[in-house]
Every structure is written in C-alpha cells, then in structure tokens.
Design a binder for this molecule. Sequence first.
Ligand SMILES: NC(=O)c1ccc[n+]([C@@H]2O[C@H](COP(=O)([O-])OP(=O)(O)OC[C@H]3O[C@@H](n4cnc5c(N)ncnc54)[C@H](O)[C@@H]3O)[C@@H](O)[C@H]2O)c1
Length: 268
Amino acid sequence: MRSPHSSFLIPHPSREGDHAITQRLDGEVVVITGAGRGQGAAEAKLFAEHGARVVLTGVREDEGHAVAKDLGDQGLFLTHDVTDAAGWQQIVSAGLDSFGRIDALVNNAALWRAAPIEEDTEENLQRLLRVNLVGPFLGIQAVVPAKRATGDGGSIVNISSTAGLVGIPGHASYGATKFGLRGLTKSAALDLAQHRIRVNSVHPGAIDTPMVSGVLGVDAGQRDVPNVPLRRIGRPEEVAELVHYLVSDASAYVTGAEFAIDGGSTAQ
Ligand SMILES: NC(=O)c1ccc[n+]([C@@H]2O[C@H](COP(=O)([O-])OP(=O)(O)OC[C@H]3O[C@@H](n4cnc5c(N)ncnc54)[C@H](O)[C@@H]3O)[C@@H](O)[C@H]2O)c1
C-alpha cells in the first residue's frame, strides 16, 4: 500500500545499500518528546551537533522554543502533550512538512511522582500510566507509518528507568509504568523488526535534571553518593550519548534490548 506520506519523502543520503557503521546523523530527522529541558534537551543538542534535524515536542512552551531556537534551522518545537492521540498525527505531519522524513523517535517525556504504596492513589497511577506508557504507545503508532514509508528502517528509543528494571521503595506507580514501557519495547521490537525499525529501552538511574535534582539534594558533580557504585549521580549529557548510539546506525544490529545507565546501581 502506498503510504500517505510517500510524496514527502526525501532520500536518505547515507542509507543507499549497506548501512555504514556511523554515529553521524546527517540527513536524519528525530522526534524527541519532553525536549525542553533535562535529558530531552541534551539529546536534541547532541543530535543536532551530529547533523540531525530535531522535532522537539512538549508542554513547556518557553523552554521548548528556547532549545529549538539554539538549534537554528535544525530545530522545530511543537507544543504537544504525549497523551493527545490526534496531536501525534499533527506532529508527524508537521515533521514531514518541515523536514521531509522521520527516522527516529525518542519517547523521553514522563512524570515522576513517588509515594509508598499505602499512600499512593489510583489517580496518580492513572496519570503516570497515561503520560509514561500510553504516550509512548501512541507515539510509536503515529510515527511507524512515516518510518516505514522511507524504507530505511529507523530507531525508537523508550526512556524507562532503573525503576523499570528493579523494585524501588516508594515507586509502585512510577515503576509499573516504567516496567510497562520495557515490555512495550520488547514486543514492539519484535513486531517492527521486519521493517528494520529497531526499538530499545534506556534505564537511567538518578540523573541531575529538574525531575529529581531538587528532591535528591545532590548535584551531578558531587562525590560520595554511597548507594551508587560510581559514587555520583549522572548527567543528562551522559544519557544523551547512549541514546545517540541507539538512534544512530552504529547500533544497527541492536533491538529489543535494555540499557542501564546508572553508575552500576542495578548491578548490586
Ligand atoms: N532524572 C532522573 O533521575 C531519571 C531517572 C530515571 C528515568 N528518568 C526518565 O528520563 C526521562 C527524562 O526525564 P528528565 O530527567 O529529563 O526529567 P524532566 O522532568 O526534566 O523532563 C521530562 C520532560 O517531560 C515533559 N512532560 C511531562 N509530561 C508531559 C506530557 N504529558 N507531554 C509532553 N511532555 C511532558 C516535561 O515537561 C519535561 O520537559 C523521563 O522518561 C524520566 O522518567 C529520569
């Protein structure tokens, strides 16, 4: 079946014939959700440095526009709540109109609310499920037709958490969403492998972003964080490097996999 997006397609310059093993992203278009700050913003900047054009989405308009502005012609910010299914179609259309193709999606946006199970609420669980799990589900469904239309495969990276690998006290709701995202990743990877669309999950430990830095009371440079083997929390730029690998053709044989980036925390 001819894709409704095929008329927009611009050939990918580096994907004729065999895949080159490269972390360059020249000619690639990446959608990042929740990209106005934290890890999403770090990823947008890093990908642009490697030649990508980036569709940044999110609900924090001022921050999103500011990051996109720094990227010049390589950045486009669109206001979007990841739970809005119709809005996802507009993201894909706008991305195709502006940049001609979509190669990768980073499902980065999420909410974090910690509460012991006895104090947690169904309302909290439902809200976290919508943003942290339904949002990525809708995103994958929205971008896959555009990726398939390129015939070049592509990459989807779902940002889970160490709370999606192990139980963490006070994280029943958040952990349920992040374990769910890990499961969604593996099944989607199997469904989409036939189209050479790879799907992987990334599991950060404590990272110095607005999501947790105020709560943890430590900064990224601080030494002696005793429960982390590497004795510090991580930086958003370090997560961006891992996500960059997974978005790029350097990871062409990697799908359905999970990557902890946690200073060794889950190895204990
Ligand atoms: N910071 C950490 O320690 C840590 C640890 C493990 C996992 N993570 C995960 O890393 C990812 C990035 O988080 P971060 O650390 O950069 O935190 P952050 O709070 O700085 O970034 C999250 C972004 O998601 C956006 N967002 C929230 N709800 C949204 C919605 N409904 N629609 C669109 N955007 C929405 C926020 O506005 C924000 O821009 C998240 O998936 C988070 O769960 C973070």
